[in-house]
Ligand binder design. Structure first.
Ligand SMILES: Cc1ncc(COP(=O)(O)O)c(C=O)c1O
Length: 409
């Protein structure tokens, strides 16, 4: 008997409802003519929070002077409201525009080590890895890529990264949750090894805020960056940077402004004439989801729904191809899953984005398509507003079309 035969089919969770009985999706302004299976890329902001942000903007326009004079204190208040959702102290946390911006802060502020190596993984987010490559060029060094098998568990994955450490390692960059492969990485184990060798460690936690109650639990790193505008549903432009190791004092915002003489993180509260209403509105998103359903309920819903959706879609492909389309990523992450696509879908330069755009235009689905190690994947997301029907519809309506595109490619 094969693994395929014995796998137990996950059971679909019931849809989440609003207190007035309407479907959870009614809290978001998303186009009902589309299927929204890609929360992981850009998030989704509830209407109530969008309206709150608009009120903040109106306040800013009504009296810019009053607004900007009071802004640093309001950033500090917003940090204090966000901090419990990350399980960190408000004074360990600074706002940045996004995870990419947070990584850029780390790349700019971590002390130069001429000629050293920067260790990244082959699951790294491309844009951040390019930043690491540029930094390595500036330092006159190189990037070493740790190869982590897709199905590697914590020990194997940590060992693969730590094996790349040497006396020349000047920085390690690892994603907490990976973008192309929707898996976790054992950053606690990697952090312990990096700290023992006094190697600076940057964790790209872009996806992780709100996915668990305490995302930094047990993680010893110099810089951890994350997006509140992904799973946390905050307005876009709400990134966070957590720093609490020996390099805290080195961290400065990318924009040199009047907060410069202040300590971390207060110096990040002053970044000139920016529209930072997304930072002020971010805690409202986190609180709204907590008030409507509770994050624990949403996390369990997303996890069960993502499992169910991936199984339904993988089985629909299997019925057409006779192959196994389920994917074992070693360390799963609650609200995201991979489904293997029939070759050659998604392969070749730009293949994922081209397929994503075609699926949106021709099939009306917001999806994410990735590739890793020569295999193409559909990366599914689930959130409070998703229902089993989203994935069943994709299986029935879209899988046959995708299989057809694969066979004619
Ligand atoms: C692991 C990872 N890092 C960084 C980013 C970039 O996020 P942003 O564009 O908000 O900076 C993403 C986006 O999906 C990501 O998955």
């Amino acid at each position: 008997m094969t693994q395929l035969d014995v796998a137990v089919a996950p059971v679909a969770p019931p849809p989440l409802l609003l207190p007035d009985g309407r479907p959870a999706a009614a809290a978001w302004p998303s186009d009902p003519a589309l299927r929204h299976l890609n929360h992981g890329s850009f998030g989704a902001v509830p209407s109530e929070v969008i309206e709150g942000q608009a009120r903040l903007r109106a306040e800013m326009e009504a009296s810019p002077l009053r607004w900007y004079v009071g802004l640093p204190a309001r950033h500090a208040e917003a940090r204090a409201r966000v901090a419990p959702h990350l399980g960190v102290a408000a004074d360990d946390l600074a706002f940045v525009p996004n995870a990419s911006g947070g990584a850029s802060v780390a790349f700019t502020c971590i002390p130069v080590r001429a000629g050293c190596e920067i260790v990244v993984t082959d699951h790294g987010y491309g844009a951040v890895t390019m930043g690491a490559e540029r930094l390595a060029r500036r330092w006159g060094g190189t990037v070493r890529v740790a190869r982590v098998p897709l199905s590697a568990g914590p020990e194997e994955a940590a060992a693969a990264v730590i094996a790349e450490f040497s006396d020349r390692t000047g920085l390690v960059v690892v994603d907490h949750v990976t973008s192309p492969t929707a898996r976790r990485m054992p950053v606690a184990e990697i952090g312990t090894a990096a700290r023992a060798r006094e190697i600076p460690f940057l964790v790209d936690g872009a996806h992780y805020p709100a996915m668990v109650a305490d995302p930094l639990e047990g993680v010893d790193c110099d810089v951890w960056v994350g997006n509140l505008h992904k799973y946390g549903c905050a307005p876009r432009g709400a990134g966070v940077l957590v720093a609490r190791g020996p390099l805290v004092g080195e961290m400065n915002p990318l924009i040199d402004s009047w907060g410069a003489p202040k300590p971390f993180p207060a110096r990040f509260d002053e970044q000139g004439t920016l529209d930072t209403t997304s930072w002020l509105a971010a805690p409202d998103s986190l609180d709204l989801v907590e008030d409507l359903w509770g994050w624990d309920v949403v996390r369990e819903h997303s996890d069960r729904l993502a499992s169910y959706g991936a199984a339904v879609i993988a089985d629909a492909f299997t019925a057409l191809t006779g192959e196994d389309h389920r994917v074992d990523v070693g360390m799963t992450v609650g609200p995201m899953r991979l489904v293997r696509l029939p070759a050659p879908l998604c392969l070749g330069p730009g293949g994922g984005n081209a397929l994503r755009d075609r699926v949106l235009t021709e099939l009306g689905v917001e999806g994410a398509f990735t590739s890793f190690d020569g295999v193409g994947y559909l990366r599914l997301s689930a959130h409070a507003y998703n229902t089993p029907d989203d994935y069943e519809d994709f299986a029935e309506r879209c899988v046959p079309v995708l299989a057809g595109w694969a066979s004619r490619a």
